[in-house]
Structures are given as structure tokens and as C-alpha cells.
Ligand binder design. Structure first.
Ligand SMILES: [Zn+2]
Ligand SMILES: [Zn+2]
Length: 285
């Protein structure tokens, strides 16, 4: 069994609260074997260079942790790029300059810097926004300079906060089109477990879309907690693995220098049970 958390924000993200070292300490306590620190590069129309992200600090902190935790935890240099297809020069400069292990790409904002989290889902035309989101997600997927797409059905997270349930299976045609491009390009999706500890109470995406990705021929799955606090590192990873297994995956994917490697999910039942209890407690705390 591979317990890996491939979506974690350190205090090198403006909304992260703990250092890479604190995160690694927590990851070891939680029984994880590998993590990727995926700090935000979140350019906007008014702030295309996004100087808030300092790749040198991020790289330095990651290398320091790699050395300090060697033999105990594999620490990968990741990044979460928000809407990079709209800022290809800025995003490309980072990708061409720094030795990332793993690149997660997400659509957080619509043009006009409309954040998916700022929409009033109670009064807005939810279908319109979901379709807009998917339209831009497709553009992102076509850009293709990433390894996996982050939280594919993100609007679900924020709509749930407003008491509204969204299923992206209602937009199956658009979702399938996106998944097919990903698969053709050998790219993956993540199972983002943050929804389990938020209002949605499910992963982003959940089993239905993970299954659809698998049925269309997808082979690249990562699992990430989207932790912004050290205390959330590893939360829900067991549930993520269960979803991957149920969808038919025997392996999850990890990355080294942008190259995918596959780790078998199953292992001897006893070790799994111990880990599972631990991470379940971590998930429920
Ligand atoms: Zn995100
Ligand atoms: Zn994130």
C-alpha cells in the first residue's frame, strides 16, 4: 500500500499555514510514505506575474526537507497552477526554470478573475457557471503542460457550502470530452479528499467521475488532501485509495522529475488495517 498525499500547501502559499518541515513531521506521524508540496501559483488578470509565489523559497524549503527526512519520507517538489493556460508565458517560465517533480493544474477562476468560491450559488444560474467552468477547464486541459488536473468538479465544493448539491455527471458529455483529451495526452486526475472534511462530504471528484475516467482508458490517478494546515495532511487518503480501487485502479501514480511511476494499491491486509485505522482517525479528527 502506498500512502501518498499529492496536494499540500505550505506557508509558501499565501493561504498555507505551516512550514514544509512541519508538514513533513505531520506526514511521518500520519504514516505517509510520500508527499508533494504543491504551492499556489495563482496569476490573475491584474497580477499576471504573481510575485506572491517565490519558487526559490519553495525549492529551498523542499530540498531542505528532502534531506532532513531522507529514509523516512519522500518529499516531492510540486506546484498547483491556477488557470495557467491564460498566462502561458509566466507559467512556462516557471516550468522551464525549476525542477518540478509534479505539476497540478486547476481552474480556480473564470475570466474577469471571478473566483469559483465567490459565486453566490443560491441566486446564480448554477448550470451556467458549471458550463463556463467546464469550458475553461477544457482550455486548460488542451494546454497540456501539467501532470494532473486538480479537483475536477471544484464548483461542488463551494455550492455545497451554500447548501446546493452539484453532480458533474449532469454534464457528462462535457466531462467525457475533457477526460478523453486528458487520456489521449497521458495525463491524470487527482482524487481530492478535501471535500470529505468540508460541506460536500465527498471527494472531488467522487467515484462516478473516477470510474468514468477509468472506463475511458485513464491510467494516471493521484490522491491529495489539499491541506493548508499541517494537521490536515493525509486526511482522507484511505478513502481516496478506496475510491481508486472501487473504480478499478490497481495502482496510484507518483511523480519524479515529471515522470509518472505507478505504485500498487493493495498490500498485506494487516498492515493496511493498521494504517487505515490511523488515517481514518486522522480523517475524522
Ligand atoms: Zn485548488
Ligand atoms: Zn490546492
Amino acid at each position: 500500500m502506498s500512502f501518498c498525499d499529492y496536494h499540500i500547501h505550505s506557508n509558501n502559499s499565501t493561504d498555507g499555514h505551516h512550514s514544509v518541515m512541519e508538514i513533513c513531521q505531520r506526514a511521518v506521524e500520519a504514516g505517509l510514505q510520500e508527499i508533494a508540496i504543491t504551492d499556489h501559483f495563482e496569476p490573475t488578470e491584474n497580477n499576471q506575474a504573481y510575485g506572491e509565489y517565490n519558487p526559490i523559497h519553495h525549492l529551498f524549503d523542499t530540498l531542505k526537507a528532502k534531506a532532513a527526512f531522507r529514509n523516512r519520507l519522500r518529499v516531492k517538489f510540486g506546484i498547483e497552477m491556477g488557470q495557467p493556460e491564460r498566462y502561458p508565458e509566466e507559467a512556462g517560465m516557471l516550468l522551464d526554470t525549476y525542477p518540478y517533480d509534479y505539476v497540478l493544474a486547476s481552474t480556480h477562476k473564470l475570466p474577469g478573475d471571478v473566483d469559483m468560491g465567490d459565486i453566490d450559488y443560491v441566486h446564480a444560474d448554477v448550470k451556467y457557471y458549471c458550463r463556463q467552468y467546464l469550458r475553461h477547464l477544457k482550455e486548460l486541459v488542451k494546454w497540456n503542460r501539467f501532470d494532473c488536473i486538480g479537483h475536477l468538479d471544484l464548483p461542488k465544493r463551494y455550492a455545497a457550502k451554500c447548501g446546493i448539491t452539484i453532480s458533474f455527471m449532469d454534464y457528462r458529455e462535457e466531462v467525457e470530452e475533457i477526460l478523453k483529451i486528458l487520456i489521449e495526452n497521458g495525463k491524470g486526475i487527482e482524487i481530492n479528499t478535501s471535500g470529505l472534511r468540508q460541506h460536500a462530504r465527498t471527494c472531488l471528484p467522487d467515484l462516478d467521475i473516477v470510474k468514468l475516467y477509468k472506463s475511458l482508458g485513464g491510467q494516471v490517478i493521484t490522491i491529495g488532501s489539499d491541506a493548508h494546515y499541517a494537521g490536515d495532511v493525509g486526511k482522507g487518503i484511505v478513502k481516496g485509495l478506496e475510491i481508486a480501487k472501487e473504480a478499478g485502479f490497481e495502482y496510484i501514480t507518483v511523480f519524479d522529475g515529471r515522470k509518472p511511476e505507478w505504485k500498487r494499491i493493495s498490500q498485506s491486509a494487516s498492515v493496511y488495517a493498521v494504517q487505515k485505522d490511523y488515517l481514518k482517525i486522522a480523517c475524522n479528527s
